[in-house]
Design a protein around this ligand. Structure first.
Ligand code: BES
Ligand code: MN
Ligand code: MN
Length: 464
């Protein structure tokens, strides 16, 4: 008899070739020019789900926010009475590939180099969500059926805030009833170290727009004329102090301090600040509030970051102008117990308060996500940790991440689903950056981890 693991090992090459086909579709969700490609990716995945034996495969249209509105892909297989039901979540949309000239091979032409597969979406998240399909396929073939009930919900708007799936999940649709969810969209703490992620930050993504005059002015009026960019710089400089502490009143009040044993467990993670600074950040220093460890700053404290400031004169040479309008794209990451609505209200009010005289400011919310903290005291997490330890031969560690996956909080809140975040990315995978990659060993052992986990979860009792 072929076990599911045998099957997965025998078909590694085919699995990889199939992933490459998916990676060739440039499903950039933020770019209206790629609308059809995003839908093509959804249709392609639906076809793959059908092919491996899933049922009720369909695209669910979402309203989404402009310019998105990309479909969800749904599928299920529910013929294991008495066994639990798993809901697999992943996203098939990707970040824009720019700057293109920094890629060593084209972003949508998946290329193997040094044991890695390079392509936009290789690890975030096409490669990781595809592991779910391949694990289920291996189980189907090895068992002749599935040992538990399975649902898939895969979205195409994660990288732009995931409004569509959030609205859908909020309606608590009966076809999402499950005992637990599995998400593979995070990273391992270190190469070869099996890792479960149990906390995510939330976010408010905003646009701050300052207007100083009816129209641009000759800068000879400087001194008397208000300047939108100077005013914007003034506002931004008031949001954090020099040590990185956020100055918006009340915003830190709701921040939940991690439990003692979680803080203690972070202390035993293999970590060197110097190496992190050098290899991950590539910066001169690690900044931030030194009352907190680096892990606390990344995982348990909120942030404020500016992403870009469109407007004004940025051409070659010089232009003596006072720009009438200045914009900043800026976001805050939120940590457990903060709410996006409350944070945005305080953020907006504070910006109005510190706005210098003579200009007007508008603060717009582009999208938001709630933070999440996963309770670890449940049989699904324990089974996942055991399966990971078995495959990787080391004790599984529990970490949080500084990034966000908006839907995880919604699955918890609306459907009461405990989420198992079993991710196989690595710190040097360049997600959202040029030369994104996925370590091939992680792709293959990730599939094995998931299918072992499913086999042991199948023997657990579903909530009645
Ligand atoms: N997969 C990432 C989240 C992530 C980042 C996990 C780093 C582990 C390490 C996800 O696709 C992502 O990029 N999320 C966005 C969400 C945002 C647009 C609401 C993020 O964190 O910026
Ligand atoms: Mn992702
Ligand atoms: Mn991402």
């Amino acid at each position: 008899m072929t076990t599911a693991i045998d099957f997965a090992r025998q078909h590694q090459q085919r699995f990889l070739d199939e992933l490459k086909t998916l990676l060739r579709i440039p499903s950039v969700s933020t770019d209206p020019a790629h609308r059809d490609h995003v839908r093509q990716a959804a249709t392609h995945i639906a076809g793959e789900l059908n092919r491996i034996g899933l049922e009720n495969v369909r695209l669910i249209e979402t309203a989404g926010t402009s310019p998105t509105g990309h479909p969800l892909v749904y599928a299920d297989w529910l013929h294991a009475p008495g066994a639990p039901t798993v809901l697999f979540y992943g996203h098939y949309d990707v970040q824009p590939p720019e700057p293109l000239d920094e890629w060593l091979s084209p972003p949508f032409e998946p290329t193997e180099r040094d044991g890695n597969l390079y392509a936009r979406g290789a690890v975030d998240d096409k490669g990781q969500m595809f592991m779910h399909l391949k694990a289920v396929e291996a189980l189907f073939v090895a068992h002749g059926k599935l040992p538990l009930n399975v649902r898939f919900l895969i979205e195409g708007e994660e990288e732009v805030g995931g409004e569509g799936i959030a609205a859908y999940v909020a309606t608590k649709p009966t076809n999402l009833a499950a005992d637990f969810a599995v998400v593979s969209d995070t990273s391992m703490f270190a190469p070869g170290l099996p890792t479960l992620c149990v906390g995510l930050r939330g976010m408010i993504y905003t646009e701050i727009e300052v207007r100083s005059a009816r129209t641009d002015l000759h800068s000879g009026y400087g001194g008397a004329a208000p300047n939108s960019f100077n005013a914007l710089a003034h506002i931004l400089a008031k949001i954090k102090d020099a040590s990185g502490r956020i100055l918006i009143p009340g915003i830190l009040d709701s921040v939940q301090t991690p439990a003692e044993d979680e803080l203690r467990s972070w202390q035993s993670l293999p970590f060197s600040e110097d190496e992190f600074r050098e290899t991950v950040l590539g910066s001169q220093a690690i900044v931030g509030d030194d009352r907190f460890t680096v892990f606390e700053r990344l995982w348990a404290q909120p942030t404020f970051d500016v992403h870009g400031m469109p407007g004004g004169f940025t051409g070659v040479g010089a232009k003596t102008v006072i720009p009438a309008k200045a914009t900043a794209k800026a976001s805050m990451r939120l940590v457990p117990n903060m709410s996006s609505a409350d944070t945005f209200a305080r953020f907006r009010d504070y910006i109005h308060q510190v706005c210098p005289p003579g200009v007007s400011v508008e603060v717009r919310l582009i999208h938001s996500a709630e933070p999440s903290l996963i309770p670890v005291d449940n049989p699904w997490i324990r089974a996942a940790a055991t399966a990971m330890t078995q495959v990787w031969g080391r004790e599984t560690v529990f970490v949080r991440t500084g990034g966000s996956i908006p839907i995880v909080g919604d699955l918890q809140r609306h459907l009461g689903l405990p989420c198992v975040m079993m991710g196989f990315g690595l710190a040097d995978d360049n997600l959202h950056a040029p030369n994104e990659k996925f370590c091939l060993r992680n792709f293959h052992l990730g599939i094995e981890s998931i299918l072992l986990f499913l086999e042991s979860a199948a023997a657990l009792r579903p909530a009645s």
